[in-house]
Design a binder for this molecule. Structure first.
Ligand code: USQ
Length: 423
């Protein structure tokens, strides 16, 4: 029998968890899930995601309430009380006071700008993304050192930190495994425990790499403890809590900066816009549904790291290339919703390999934390269609349909991509 490597789990009931970025796509969803599991949830947000999306002239196409109404609905529908403060992570003194007051046992850090294209718009946006992300995390590490050194930090990184190594070597979970060796000039060394190389694919992804190094060192110097979560591309709309009432829905973006690829494809299919495969569509990525990602985060929170432990987990439930994704959305849209879906290839405004080997290792979450995916890509795409085909949501997509085609080129150009081929 295989020896169980499962880590012991703490009771979530009554655990104090603070979520930074609690108003976002992930933050709000996690708050409701943890609240319904009995955690004492607190959180901060400076509303910047709403501002960034509005600056790009877009909106969440699934209507969402303001924070006050969200908190009220959580209370009414789920019986959850959330201690919320509107606050900027970079306001260190206010942040320190709030952490001092709450004494969280775990801090989930989602308070970053998540958009690669937004970071590549121009110098101003690149600087804003790196300032917000890198300095926010850095300040947080000092506050944790001084106020809650025993708390665990569950920090959102990204699979995009690694890039897509053309050698085809496995993409390990952050550090090389003990058996990895380097052969060179007739000599051999162990690489075990060293951070693996990073090759971030945008200035946003660079900010996450900088965070990785800051958190890694802080754990060494100050005995802090952290899980650094390399999450793949997220998609979907459902958890039991956000689906419980329209006022509890989480945001859903479809513009070129803040919409991720599967979510965009479903919205495009609903609006009758040909799906936008960038380039050949041979780019392969790791993906995870919203519901599965929430399960992973819950498991990480309930099995905290040891003092001084810095551990990376690759948080994906599978890999696909972009063409395959378009095929799934096409099939579900046509067969299950009767939509006349069209798929196109457009110029790729990004600099990324168009076909490449991709072998991510993602064993820790299932082996050590007990993660099991509960939703397939097809099922979650179906649930997303169900929500997006509702007339009021469809109308909100159509209102923003001019924001679907990308105009942000990694080269610095600002121009609409052209269609290469309708498939
Ligand atoms: N893509 C298309 N068509 C589209 C949109 C995207 O073909 O309409 C392609 C892109 O070229 C890219 C892939 O789909 O190859 C993923 O793009 P994306 O915009 O869905 O995701 P990305 O920019 O990589 O960033 C997203 C999140 C980010 C997170 C990252 C995880 O916005 O916060 O860090 O996914 S990962 O990609 O694994 O690094």
């Amino acid at each position: 029998m295989k020896e169980s490597k499962l880590k012991p789990q703490k009771k979530l009931e009554g655990m104090r968890v603070m979520i930074l970025g609690i108003d976002g796509y992930l933050g709000w969803t996690l708050a409701l899930r943890l609240g319904s599991l009995g955690c004492e949830v607190s959180g901060i947000d400076n509303q910047s995601r709403r501002r960034w999306v509005a600056e790009r002239r877009s909106h969440s196409i699934v209507p969402i309430e303001n924070m006050e109404n969200r908190l009220q609905a959580a209370r009414e529908v789920l019986g959850i009380e959330i201690a919320y403060r509107e606050l900027d992570l970079l306001d260190r003194s206010a942040m320190q006071d709030f952490i001092q007051e709450v004494q969280p046992e775990a801090i989930v850090h989602y308070a970053e700008c998540p958009s690669a294209p937004y970071s590549m718009l121009d110098a101003e946006h690149a600087i804003e993304v790196q300032r917000n992300n890198v300095l926010g995390t850095l300040g947080l590490l000092f506050i944790m050192r001084d106020v809650v050194p025993e708390a665990s930090l569950v920090k959102l990184g990204t699979m995009g930190e690694y890039g897509t190594p053309l050698s085809g070597r496995p993409i390990f979970e952050g550090v090389f495994p003990p058996e990895a060796t380097l052969h060179w000039d007739d000599r051999e060394w162990s690489l075990g425990g060293e951070l693996t190389p990073r090759d971030p694919s945008s200035l946003y992804h660079v900010s996450k790499v900088q965070d990785t190094i800051n958190v890694f060192e802080a754990c060494k110097w100050w005995n802090l403890r952290s899980y650094d979560v390399m999450q793949g591309v997220i998609f979907g709309v459902h958890t039991d809590q956000v689906s419980a009432d329209p006022r509890l829905r989480t945001r859903f973006d479809i513009d070129e900066c803040f919409g991720t690829v599967i979510n965009r494809f479903v919205a495009q299919a609903v609006a009758g816009i040909p799906l936008t495969i960038y380039g050949t569509g041979g780019q392969t990525r790791g993906f995870i549904s919203l519901e599965d990602a929430m399960q992973c985060m819950t498991r990480l929170i309930s099995s905290p790291p040891e003092a001084g432990q810095y551990e990376v987990v690759n948080q994906i439930s599978g890999t696909r290339d972009i063409r395959e994704l378009a095929e799934v959305v096409n099939r579900v849209g046509k067969d299950e919703f009767g939509l006349p879906v069209v798929v196109q290839r457009v110029e790729n405004p990004r600099v990324e390999a168009s076909s490449h080997p991709f072998e991510p290792i993602y064993e820790k979450l299932p082996d050590q934390f007990g993660f099991e995916s509960t939703v397939s890509l097809e099922e979650e795409v179906h649930r997303t269609f169900e929500l997006l085909t509702q007339p009021h949501v469809r109308d909100r997509i159509l209102e923003k349909s001019d924001l679907i085609l990308p105009t942000t080129w990694w080269s610095g150009d600002q121009r609409l991509v052209e269609t290469i081929e309708v498939l």
